[in-house]
Design a protein around this ligand. Structure first.
Ligand code: FAD
Length: 355
């Protein structure tokens, strides 16, 4: 155990795109900083996506600050291309990332913060939490779920359709993960798609670029106190990527409203209808990974931290980057995180001094 903790101006927890974008801005600030990431290699959540996952925006629209993502062989970059980009980005700017280091706790230490990871600890003047969401998959609580004898898997752990060949598979969730996993599983299995509401399919020509432009318009209007009219369609709505369009042509993009309860071998609706199911894939999203902030008492009942911009209201030397709309419009995307990384570092520089 280190006798006295290592000191640093800014400690960034995480090593995904949000942490790297923040680090790029910190590099220009004159402040000392360090990133701690629990993964063994670079790439953050992209290390854990499914095999066929592709981005829904072209490379130039999927870039973090400084060096843009190199053009992809196809229009939309693959998961492997994103991992390669983030790895090379980190090396190119010689960003100081320690791996694998899982941060257990952030605690107050006078006007500093103490960051603990097992036996190791650091003392920082400011902390940026950029731990994402993938390590906290969310599964809604349906009655009888523990009685269901079949296999259950969250999209966080889904890799490929092969293990489901010939089975009856229920896919729960109406976002992009649900639609994309349904599209490929339905090629080898009989599928049942459950969504709380009818899914919102975007027009075929709408991809991540258009969604980001709309988010930017909303952000600008908000900054200027204007109200604007925009077509319906948010970052969670379904982008009609090629495999999803192909599934539509096979007529499988048909969803049913939620059932009332699980049975041992399937599910049952309130009106008595039932369906036999061998496996369930939960595409029901994620929650922010904020366990390490519990000692500060800043995590609210909804699992988030109260922020103004990205700064914690109840802990002024703590910032949160990249978790979702609550930490900045489109901040949980590659192209969108730059804006909040920049504003976060400007605030840190103003608070600590630097340039
Ligand atoms: P992460 O990538 O999750 O990085 C956080 C890092 O912190 C991870 O390495 C994690 O292991 C680590 N960590 C967590 N807790 C600790 C701890 N206590 N101590 C140390 N380290 C810790 N975005 C787009 O821009 N375009 C797309 O097309 C797109 N498609 C998507 C498709 C899917 C299926 C999903 C799930 C997301 C998609 N996104 C897309 C969204 C987005 O880009 C990701 O969610 C992104 O990974 C968020 O980056 P991050 O750096 O905030 O978090």
């Amino acid at each position: 155990m280190s006798a006295s903790p290592s000191a640093v101006d800014v400690l960034v927890i995480g090593g995904g795109q949000s942490a790297l974008a923040t680090a790029w801005c910190l590099k220009r600030s004159g402040l000392s900083f360090l990133l701690l990431d629990e993964q063994a290699t670079p790439g953050g959540a992209w290390l854990h996506g499914w095999d066929s996952l592709r981005l829904f925006s072209p490379a130039t629209w999927s870039s973090i600050p400084g060096w843009p993502m190199p053009a992809s062989a196809g229009t939309y970059p693959t998961r492997a291309e994103v991992i390669d980009y983030l790895s090379r980005y980190e090396a190119r700017y010689q960003l100081p990332v320690l791996r694998p280091v899982h941060v257990d706790a952030v605690e107050r230490d006078g006007d500093h913060l103490r960051v603990r990871a097992g036996e190791r600890q650091w003392r920082a003047r400011a902390v940026v939490s950029a731990t994402g969401t993938w390590s906290h998959p969310y599964i809604p609580d349906y009655p009888g779920r523990s009685e269901f004898a079949g296999m259950q898997l969250h999209s966080a752990h889904y890799v490929a359709p092969t293990p489901f060949a010939g089975q009856r598979v229920m896919i729960v969730g109406g976002g992009n993960s649900g639609a994309q996993i349904l599209a490929e599983v339905s090629q080898v299995a009989e599928t049942l798609w459950i969504t709380p509401e009818p899914p919102l399919f975007l027009a075929d020509e709408v991809d991540g670029r258009v969604l980001f432009e709309r988010a930017t318009e909303r952000w600008k209007a908000q900054q200027e106190g204007r109200r604007i009219e925009q077509p319906v369609g948010g970052l969670g709505d379904i982008v009609m990527v090629e495999p999803v369009r192909e599934a539509r042509s096979r007529g499988v993009l048909v969803s049913e409203r939620p059932f009332a309860r699980f049975t041992e071998h399937g599910v049952e609706w309130a009106d008595g209808r039932h369906a036999e199911v061998d496996a369930v894939i939960w595409c029901t999203g994620f929650r922010p990974a904020l366990d390490h902030l519990q000692p500060l008492g800043v995590v609210e009942a909804d699992g988030k931290v109260a922020v103004e911009g990205t700064r914690a209201l109840r802990q002024p030397n703590l910032w949160l980057v990249g978790y979702g709309e609550w930490t900045g419009a489109a901040s949980a995307t590659l192209i969108g995180v730059t804006r909040t990384a920049r504003s976060t570092v400007s605030e840190i520089v103003a608070a600590l001094g630097g340039h």
